[in-house]
Design a protein around this ligand. Structure first.
Ligand code: G3P
Ligand code: MG
Length: 241
């Protein structure tokens, strides 16, 4: 059965990539959780989507130019709703702790946000954090950056690796030449037009699947998973039509 994966936590109903958003995903019994990681100036893994803090906090600047202590000062909840005032940007370690605390045994997709900034050594750091966490969930590591995907593959054989793409012929050609990468995370808008080009790919999980029509498309094509901002709704569509 297709897995419903909460995109940046339950992004539609909670401030994205925060502990309340991940807790909500667990509470609604999403099959999986997706999050994005970047590195602070002092080399700490933090869970945030944008390279800048502008959109999702009360301040401005680049993640890579702030220390973890400075990042921890930020309010990452008020922009979404006053109810989440003072919610902090979590470290990857804090999210892994939350998952363990809840005995989460679903799928955890960690996206390495290296498509605009290289973040030297981020692959090793993510792998180390996972080693130390002793998780009971299934981990999938992904990136838009082909070098990151290749590096992850070279460094580690345990976890599934996935290539994320907006989708075009180049992406598919590259993927077909990677003997060890069998998972593709494309843009749902592209996939709906080009599903016939993906028949050779073992595992497909598109993003961001928020409309019921898109959910039905993914279910009909028996895809492995779908990333959605509304996991509760997606579960209803999948389980009750
Ligand atoms: O990993 C799937 C999806 O999260 C990729 O897009 O921009 O939401 O990280 P984005
Ligand atoms: Mg992502």
């Amino acid at each position: 059965m297709i897995k419903v994966i909460a995109h940046r936590g339950s992004k539609g109903t909670h401030p994205e990539n925060t502990l309340p958003a991940f807790q909500e995903a667990i509470d609604v019994q999403a099959d999986g959780i997706e999050l994005d990681v970047q590195l602070t100036r002092d080399g700490q893994l933090v869970v945030i989507h944008d390279e800048k803090i502008n959109r999702t906090t009360n301040a401005k600047g680049w993640v890579k130019e702030l220390t973890l202590a400075e990042i921890k000062e930020l309010d990452a909840g008020s922009w979404f709703s006053e109810n989440y005032k003072e919610t902090r940007i979590p470290t990857l370690e804090e999210v892994l702790e939350l998952l363990n605390h809840n005995q989460f045994s679903g799928l955890l997709n960690i996206e390495l946000k290296t498509d605009r900034i290289e973040y030297l050594g981020i692959e090793q750091k993510v792998l180390r954090a996972l080693e130390q966490a002793d998780l009971s969930c299934t981990v999938v590591l992904s990136s838009f950056n082909r070098d990151t995907v290749r590096r992850l593959k070279a460094l580690n054989d345990t976890y599934e690796k996935a290539f994320i793409a907006f989708g075009n012929k180049n992406d598919l050609a590259w993927l077909s030449k990677q003997p060890d990468i069998h998972s593709f995370h494309p843009d749902i808008r592209w996939l709906r037009r080009h599903i016939d080009q993906t028949t050779d790919i073992e595992t497909i999980r598109p993003w961001t699947v928020n409309k019921e029509k898109e959910m039905q498309f993914c279910i009909k094509h028996q895809l492995a998973g779908m990333f959605t901002d509304f996991p509760k709704k997606a579960l209803e569509v999948r389980d009750h039509g």
